[in-house]
Structures are given as C-alpha cells and as structure tokens.
Design a protein around this ligand. Sequence first.
Ligand SMILES: [Zn+2]
Length: 454
Amino acid sequence: MTTKTTLTFESGVGTATGANFLLESEAGKNLIDCGLVQGSQFAEEINKDDFPYDASSIKNLFVTHAHADHIGRIPKLVRAGFRGTIYSTPATKHLAAVMLSDILVQIRREAGSQKVEPIFNNEDIDKALELWKEIPYHEPTTIGDFVVTLRDAGHILGSTMFEFVKNGKKIVFTGDLGNSPTPLLPDTETITDADYMVMESVYGDRNHEPKSERREKLKRVINDTIKRGGTIVIPAFSLERTQVILYELNNLIENKEIQSIPVFLDSPLAIKVTSVYKSFSASFNKAVQQEQSEGDNIFEFPGLKFVRTTEESRGIVRHAGSKIIIAGSGMSTGGRVIHHEREFLNDPQSTILIVGYQVAGSLGRELQDGAKSVQIEGKDISVKAKIETILGYSSHKDSDHLIEFVGNTAKTLKCVWVAMGEPKSSLFLTQRLRDYLGVNAVYPKVGETVVLDM
Ligand SMILES: [Zn+2]
C-alpha cells in the first residue's frame, strides 16, 4: 500500500547554493541539507529569513557533505527549534565541526561593526553536533518509513548521495557530484535503479579542461616560476582543493619532478581540515591507499610548513628565493592570500596560480580576466606577475559527465529534478537530459511541492 510522500524544494533551486529539500511521508518530515545561500557575500541577507517550515516539526536532517552551502544554516535550524537527528558520514561530521566554526567567523566578519546578531552562535553549533549521528557508506538503515543507504559522491571527503527506499521505490539526492577520477577520492558510485532523483547542476552548461593535463600544467607552472626565481601564490579553498594540491606537490617533489622548495600552507582552517583528512586516510582511493601502505605520508614532504599565526604569515616574505604559498580565500575575496598577492602581484618573476572557479566580481576573477591593475585594500597594484589558471581540479562533474551519470539510470527514472545550479546552467542541463536521454527532466520552482509515487 502506498502512502503519501511529497518533496518540496525549499531552496537550492535556481542557485548553486542554499541546498534545502523537504521529503515528507506519513512517518514525518525529513530535510536533505540545510545550506547557506551565498553570492557576492559569504552569507547573503536572505539567510536571516525564517525557514518556510516549523523547524521543531522536522524529525531528521540528512547532510550530503560539509560545504557551507550544504551545512551553513544547520545551527540556525537548531536555534529555530529543531531537535531531531542529523545524519551524515563520519568524515562529514568531523569536517562540519571545523567548518561551522569558520562559517560563524565569516558571518561575524561580514556583520562587521554593525551591531547585528549573527544567525547563530557557538552554542547552536555545539547543540547541532550533539544531535549528529554517523552512518557509514553502504549500510542500509531504517529511519522512519524509509530505508536509507549512503553512496559515495566522490566530491569531497565524506561526501555522499542519499538513497531513500519506500514501497520498493527509490529517490536519490545526489548532493554535489565529484569530478571523478580525482587525485584523492574514490569515484562517484553508479546509480542504476532510481525512480526519482534530485541532482546538482553547477556545471550543467560547461565542460572542464581534460583532467590528464592538470598535473602536467601544475608541474610546468611551478618549474617555470622556479627558473625565474619567483614565488608561486596559490589561492585555494581550505576544504578538498588544498589537500589535493598538497598531495600533487608531495608526489611531484618526491618524484623529483619539481625542485624541493619551501611550501607554506598559510591557513589555520586548511591546516585543521588537513588533519581531518589525515585521520580519514582509509577513505582515499586505491592508488592513494597503495602509496600510504608503502609508507608515504601524503600530507608530509620535505619543505612543507604549516603557518598558524599571523606573525609567521607575515614573515613568509622574508624567505628569499622560490617558494610556494597556499592560502585562502580561494577567490581572493579575503583571508591571508590578499597579503601575499599585494606582495607578489607586481613581481614579474612570480606567479599567481588559480586552481578553482572564480565568481564574477571577485579579485580572483579580475586577475583571471587579465586586469592590468587591481585594488587591494584601497591601494592600486599593477599586475606584473604571471597569472595562470588550472581548472582541471574542479570538484564538480561537468555537463557531459552529469549526463553520463543520469544515463546509467535512465531506464528506471520517472523524474529527475535539476537543482543546485545557476538558472542558465540548470536549464541547459534540463534540456540536454531530455534531448540526449529522453528522461523526464524538470527544473523546479522554489517552494514547489511534488507528490511522489512511493
Ligand atoms: Zn560541495
């Protein structure tokens, strides 16, 4: 007998951020993700709005992974009265503990001198972590009237898709899908038997540069800069991208493909995240497991220095000769990387190496677009350093691979909702899914509720 099951797109459609979906059945209300809406600000004003549902009526919250746009409003949900259970992989819980504290710091920084109350505080974070339970991948668990199974999404450490099965029907929430194969993580698992799917579409309208070229390009950029005697500044996101770059440097240095020069990881957040990665080293892909079993500690190599204090950070410039500085933020919108860019942007020997997506309006995007001069903290700085971009390290599937992923379950799929992307990207992917696979692909509206046959 089928009872009524509904799905509501509370937010996270028509935007790549703010993931928040409500799956409701007779046994109660479940949320999938509860992320921050992010745009030109780290946290947009809209995050202050009340939730469109009564937070105390939510029984369970399922968290796909520890990025701010998937976890950033969880403490606010707790503050609004949520007392249910939060479920994620063990790694996601550990990463979320680190990330949520940083999210609060960022929100406070944006509030600045205005005496505005942040949307949550440290107590709310602690309460959220108390409500948090870990479920490993691949262990079917009965929660309410669903059997829930986690499948590796291959996006960042701990990232999962959630499969909910009821009355023999399956709905899958993809969260973000990894750009497999990636240097560190296992590949995204294949889904072949979904009836319904809610999927991401960050790169729904674009393909990445080939992955085979990323490591060679990294090597070339570093070697060219060393030849000129310059410094390589890498603005990097603290979660996943930094660890991937460290892993690549570890191999390039140990294989003597680049000279052993000092590598400064200048980000307290990235250092904390890296230590979580170290403690979950059994979760990496087979190739990395093999290297580890041969005794290679992939986050330790000659020349690597962890820079914790601001004083140490400011001292880096005094290290003569070539060096690599990895610092946040990933789009050069703030953080310690700004000081290094101020130092090295007008040095023709040096390189700013961009390894991630740069949003329009960010300093990183200006540099990527070839600006001859930029403003940093009110000062005009002429850009003489080389600006290089490697986009092969993206942690999202591109358009062709999103199609391929859905294609594996095209036969059983009754409907796929295309979410978590900018409108242009989601609409393009929706059309491609219809044209290439003949599946019922839908671009949902914010707040729309659909009834599922399960
Ligand atoms: Zn993500």
